[in-house]
Design a protein around this ligand. Structure first.
Ligand code: ATP
Length: 378
């Protein structure tokens, strides 16, 4: 239930009374709190408020981060989305989405789902110059947190081999969610020294061969892909490398039963479209086929052996925190997400940081494998 204080705020923001009641009934609105800051989180979209929207006590609204259209046939996708118009090409960095905002006198890092992330909120001052929020309190910095030590992902981009970093890719107005133009964003990033995703330049449909070369290079460098954006940010599309598709399959196959079938289907589909668009044949085709087969099967078979030998399906990850309390807050945060993790190890790095090792177990995937291995017939 949402308190009457928030009900009034939401009514003032234009959500009709009946819609509010329906949303509440479905559990689409949840009132939450982070270190004394109260907010309502939208678990579903409602009347212009995207999923992941947060409304704070003072009436400030941070809209959910919008969905980005995906193209799987690069040349035709570009033609449909951008016609003959130019677009910026940026790296799609493989990490997790955060929106960084100042609420009252605190800078908060928000997850895609609309939670305040205790870990990212503690660390964000290491990456972003907070002077930005003194000058622009009504702007939201959206970016990717990525690295080998991440609480949400087992891997990061190849160039962040320790800890984690922030990469800006969007600046939006609070309330309206309207993005600044790419030029304005790049200018502010430069002015305040905020790290930014790599920008590969301005392209258009006639330079498709240069884009193919770029995708091949990113593929070789084990990078995730690109996001293409019209200068005014009105048209945006993403495209991922064959490397990322195969690598996702590899990471997913370790916890095979915990993922929806669509997870694998989508990635195989994208790879097939790449092979078709680039007319990949012969030995090169065979290499892709082998890489995909291995990615799909090897971690899966390893997981079966693990369970057959009495073990569990699990993932281990580490993060660096300044206070051990933050690590405990992350355990609670995951519990609220319905995820069970426990702290395995705490190491004092003697530089003001602690390295925390967490383990996440997958009880459902483990049970499914155990039953099948033990001969369950169906
Ligand atoms: P959706 O389909 O809603 O966009 P998703 O999680 O299925 O979400 P992803 O494949 O993760 O989609 O791609 C979108 C995400 O990519 C963005 O939410 C953002 O976190 C991340 N991202 C990384 N680099 C960029 C970038 N340069 N520009 C925009 N988004 C980026």
């Amino acid at each position: 239930m949402v308190s009457s204080h928030f009900r009034n705020i939401l009514l003032k923001l234009g959500i009709p009374e009946e819609r509010l009641s329906v949303l509440e009934g479905k559990g689409g609105l949840v009132e939450d709190e982070f270190e004394g800051i109260r907010y309502v989180r939208f678990r579903d979209s409602a009347k212009g408020f995207r999923r992941g929207t947060l409304v704070f006590e003072n009436g400030e609204v941070v809209l959910g981060f919008p969905h980005i259209k995906r193209v799987v046939q690069l040349e035709n996708g570009i033609r449909r989305v951008f016609k003959n118009r130019p677009f910026y090409v940026e790296e799609k960095v493989d990490g997790y989405n955060v929106r960084v905002v100042k609420v009252g006198d605190k800078v908060l890092a928000l997850t895609r789902g609309g939670f305040v992330c205790p870990f990212t909120t503690e660390r964000v001052e290491d990456f972003i110059n907070f002077d930005f929020f003194m000058d622009y309190p009504n702007l939201v910095l959206a970016g990717e947190m990525a690295g080998s030590e991440s609480p949400y992902l087992v891997e990061g981009p190849p160039y962040v081999t320790e800890d984690i970093q922030f990469f800006l890719f969007d600046i939006q107005e609070m309330g309206s969610g309207k993005s600044l133009s790419v030029e304005e964003r790049l200018k502010l990033a430069e002015e305040y020294g905020i790290p930014h995703v790599e920008v590969f330049g301005v392209y258009d449909r006639r330079r498709i061969d240069d884009l193919y070369d770029l995708i091949e290079r990113l593929h070789r460098e084990r990078r995730e892909g690109i996001v293409m954006k019209s200068p005014d940010m009105k048209r945006i599309a993403k495209y991922v490398t064959p490397y990322a598709n195969i690598n996702d399959v590899r990471i997913g196959s370790h916890i095979f039963f915990d993922l929806p079938y669509g997870y694998f289907m989508q990635r195989i589909k994208r790879l097939a479209f790449y092979l078709a668009e680039k007319h990949i044949k012969g030995e090169e085709f065979d290499e892709y086929a082998k890489a995909l087969g291995k990615a799909l099967l090897r971690p899966f078979v390893e997981s079966i052996h693990e369970v057959a030998n009495g073990g569990e399906i699990e993932e281990t990850f580490t993060v660096r925190v300044k206070s051990i309390t933050t690590a405990h807050k992350m355990v609670t945060h995951f519990e609220r997400l319905g995820i069970k993790i426990h702290i395995e190890d705490i190491e004092d790095l003697k530089n003001g940081y602690w390295r925390i090792t967490f383990k996440r177990v997958y009880p459902d995937a483990t049970k499914e494998i155990r039953e099948l291995w033990n001969g369950l017939a169906f």
